[in-house]
Design a protein around this ligand. Structure first.
Ligand code: AOF
Ligand code: ZN
Length: 363
């Protein structure tokens, strides 16, 4: 893909503008939600910057629309005529909450569009063809890897057509998530629990089974993240299973923090059905937080994309395992994973915990 990031098809001014557009896209403080980070720079024919824009979150103008608005505010209705639009994502061809940007660029009279990542969202894709059909010069792929990295999980979800699934486990050295009597506070250290809350704030959905709900009554909110102090984004709380959720369950959100996105009960045991329902709610990244049967169902369905395991230097010898029966009876059938990161979590006065990040090996 390196071949598509440079070459004779773009100018130095366009490459510099794309780097600026990537930086704009990464501007902090955007709204939580289902949309990608996107930046846009409008260049005059002489290479000077006409206007810049970026997307602030679902329901607000797309990056291209934002840049066009600013150009017009600064220089009138014809501000973008003959300009080159440099965008980190292929302009959209659909009317969703806003858009379509490809048509807006045509109407604004831009002469050329340089974009980084082709839009992996089948609903919105096709903007490059719309622009070419209107006689606009279009180049795609400039710094595409950087643009993809900026929206790595979003891109993966779009390609999968379902939310990305991260399975989180907090366990003893012998892989148990609670003692024999069900008590589980506190296997992990405070540093590991803080880290796990930061993980929660990085996803848009936290999912547990009704078994875990009834056993632990988890609140599933972000309370203790490393980002404490700043506004923390709260995930949707999802419960999966046929059993009713008690009226008193904490997941319902009594005393939920500001910006609470609420909760949902998915009345199914089928992980595919659950993910389809979450996809319909525009969820892009689900954190599986228990219990062992839910984890086994997702694993057996091939629906775990990533694992994060907090290992505590604690032995229990009995108690529930992190995952239920996977149908494996002999070692040659063992599920084998690849470790992508090892982080030692240490804090004064507490036990050292280790965070392993893993992904399933592709067969
Ligand atoms: C964005 N921001 O700057 C661009 C996007 O339903 P909507 O209107 O929110 O559209 C979302 C889709 O539009 C998104 O998934 C992506 O495919 C496309 N382009 N989206 O949120 C932008 N340019
Ligand atoms: Zn758009």
């Amino acid at each position: 893909t390196a071949a598509t990031t440079t070459g004779p098809t773009t100018s130095e001014a366009e490459r510099a503008a794309m780097r600026r557009a990537l930086a704009l896209a990464a501007t902090p403080g955007r709204l939580p939600g289902p949309n990608p980070r996107v930046g846009c720079v409008l260049l005059a024919p002489d290479g000077g910057v006409v206007a810049e824009g970026f997307h602030r979150g679902a329901g607000t103008p797309h990056a291209e629309a934002d840049a066009l608005l600013r150009a017009r505010a600064a220089a009138g209705p014809d501000a973008a005529r003959g300009a080159t639009a440099v965008v980190t994502l292929e302009p959209c061809a659909h009317r969703g909450r806003t858009g379509p940007c490809a048509e807006a660029l045509v109407e604004a009279g831009v002469a050329r569009v340089v974009f980084a990542q082709p839009d992996p969202n089948p609903v919105a894709a096709g903007g490059a063809a719309v622009l070419r059909d209107a006689g606009i010069d279009v180049v795609g792929g400039l710094l595409a890897d950087e643009a993809r990295a900026l929206n790595a999980t979003w891109t993966r979800a779009m390609e999968l057509g379902r939310p990305v699934v991260t399975w989180k486990v907090a366990a003893s050295l012998d892989g148990r998530t609670a003692a024999a009597d069900g008590s589980s506070r506190w296997i992990s250290s405070a540093a590991a629990r803080r880290d796990a809350h930061a993980l929660r704030s990085a996803v848009d959905t936290v999912l547990v089974g009704t078994g875990t709900l009834l056993a632990d009554d988890p609140a599933l909110t972000v309370r203790d993240a490393a980002t404490a102090g700043a506004a923390v984004s709260q995930p949707l709380r999802a419960v999966m299973g046929r059993t009713d959720v008690p009226a008193s369950a904490r997941v319902r959100g009594d005393g939920a923090p500001a910006g609470d996105p609420g909760w949902v009960h998915l009345r199914t045991r089928d992980p595919r059905v659950a993910l389809a329902e979450l996809w319909a709610l525009e969820r892009r990244h689900v954190l599986l937080e228990g219990g062992p049967r839910l984890a086994a169902a997702f694993w057996r369905a091939g629906l775990v994309d990533e694992l994060v395991v907090y290992v505590a230097p604690v032995l229990l010898g009995a108690g529930p395992a992190a995952v239920a029966d996977l149908g494996i009876t002999t070692i040659s059938d063992a599920a084998r994973l690849e470790v992508t990161d090892v982080t030692v979590l240490e804090a004064p006065g507490e036990d050292t915990n280790v965070r392993l990040t893993l992904r399933p090996r592709k067969e």
